[in-house]
Design a protein around this ligand. Structure first.
Ligand code: PLP
Length: 376
């Protein structure tokens, strides 16, 4: 573990464990106050040029392949489908976000087959292989880290199966994985890898970040009707001039420029290691305190943990009591709202802050138990 202080002086003090938006360092918030510029000016091109040089290093893709879009992460789900896809889509779903991407594909009028795994379990690459043997797909959508359940899918294995058994494009939602755990866009053969600024990049919300492959761009160039705002061909063409097709969210780009320096100074692999240490800290605490990690063993996301309390302790009561004590955590997501507690250990948060949070969590559970001894 490196000595790098990801919190820039706030080690042990973070009380915000929402699974996104996450805690943002004061230095990044300060960067939001940069002066307004025309996005056709040389000063903007200098700023955007710096970003386009650094961003591929985090996405682990070739220079020129990483981009930004003024939207939340969901905008890139839509950009990938609208810009490139003309045939059937295979949507892999094992949680709220992956299922929603499948729903988007249907709503866009694309023929969409859904391959589901139970919430809490990862998608089986063998099941994907079987689907690909039965039908030709234009694209496969997959969520790497399912924020709703805390499951990390085996993205490299899934991408490999798709690449070896079909010509389908691999569209990977890396919203709560990239910059928090290993993602190798080029080495794994991901055609689109995307995230939102408010997750492991630890920026305020409002900016999508993504990488696209040569294959993606070639597929988009072949498609006649790609819409306008989300057209990946336009985004790529403008990026070559160090510009964006429409007005960018300039303030967030200032913040991104600063934060990329911070991420690269920490080291991308060190950042992955810090997140893994936070995951393990939470998992060990769960084991010692009678909580059950919802994700199947071996498929736990390093950035978010969804956990179930021991019998007799109510998840919603825990969330309420933590909130009253000024700790921010996530409740269980969707159908897990009443039964689970979710912690985002993501971005620039440090292990000591996670430990302090767990101490507070423990105290809350003890006081709930004291209030309702008969139920325990
Ligand atoms: C895995 C995943 N995908 C997609 C999204 C949607 O992101 P956004 O709200 O930035 O569009 C989220 C948001 O939490 C997410 O966790």
């Amino acid at each position: 573990m490196s000595n790098f202080d990801s919190t820039s002086g706030h080690a042990g003090q973070v009380r915000f464990f929402n699974p996104g938006p996450v805690w943002v360092r004061p230095q990044v918030l300060q960067a939001l106050t940069g002066p307004m510029l025309s996005h056709r000016s040389q000063a903007f091109m200098d700023l955007y040029g710096r970003i386009l040089e650094k961003l591929p290093k985090v996405f682990r893709t070739a220079p020129g392949r990483a981009h930004t879009l003024a939207s939340s992460a969901t905008g890139v789900w839509e950009a990938a489908l609208v810009s490139c896809v003309e045939g059937p889509v295979l949507s892999l779903g094992n949680g709220a976000f992956s299922e929603k991407w499948g729903e988007m594909s249907q709503r866009l009028g694309l023929e969409t087959d859904v391959l589901k795994a139970e919430w809490g379990k990862p998608i089986s690459p063998d099941d994907v292989k079987a689907k690909l043997a039965a039908k030709k797909y234009a694209a496969v959508t997959v969520v790497h880290s399912e924020t709703s359940t805390g499951v990390l899918n085996d993205l490299p294995a899934i991408a490999k199966v798709v690449r070896e058994n079909s010509d389908a494009l691999v569209f990977a939602d890396c919203v709560t994985s990239i910059a928090g755990t290993k993602v190798e866009t080029d080495a794994w053969g991901l055609d689109v890898a995307l995230t939102g600024s408010q997750k492991a990049f630890a920026l305020p919300p409002g900016l999508a970040l993504f990488a696209m492959s040569e294959r993606t761009l070639a597929a988009a160039k072949k498609k006649k009707l790609r819409g306008l705002y989300l057209d990946l061909v336009d985004i790529d063409a403008f990026a070559q001039k160090k510009q964006t097709p429409t007005t960018p969210c300039l303030s967030l780009l200032y913040a991104l420029d600063v934060q990329l320096d911070h991420i690269l100074a920490e080291g991308v692999e060190n950042r992955w290691a810090r997140h893994e240490e936070m995951r393990k800290t939470v998992a060990d605490w769960c084991g010692a305190n009678g909580f059950t990690v919802f994700a199947q063993k071996g498929a736990e996301s390093p950035t978010v943990t969804s956990m179930m309390p021991p019998a007799g302790v109510n998840a919603e009561e825990i969330n309420k009591a933590l909130k009253a004590a000024k700790w921010t955590t996530g409740s269980g997501y969707g159908k897990l709202k009443a039964t689970n507690v979710r912690i985002g250990h993501m971005g620039d948060v440090d292990v000591l802050s996670v430990k302090n949070y767990l101490k507070a969590h423990e105290e809350v559970v003890a006081s709930l138990r004291a209030k309702a001894p008969a139920a325990v």
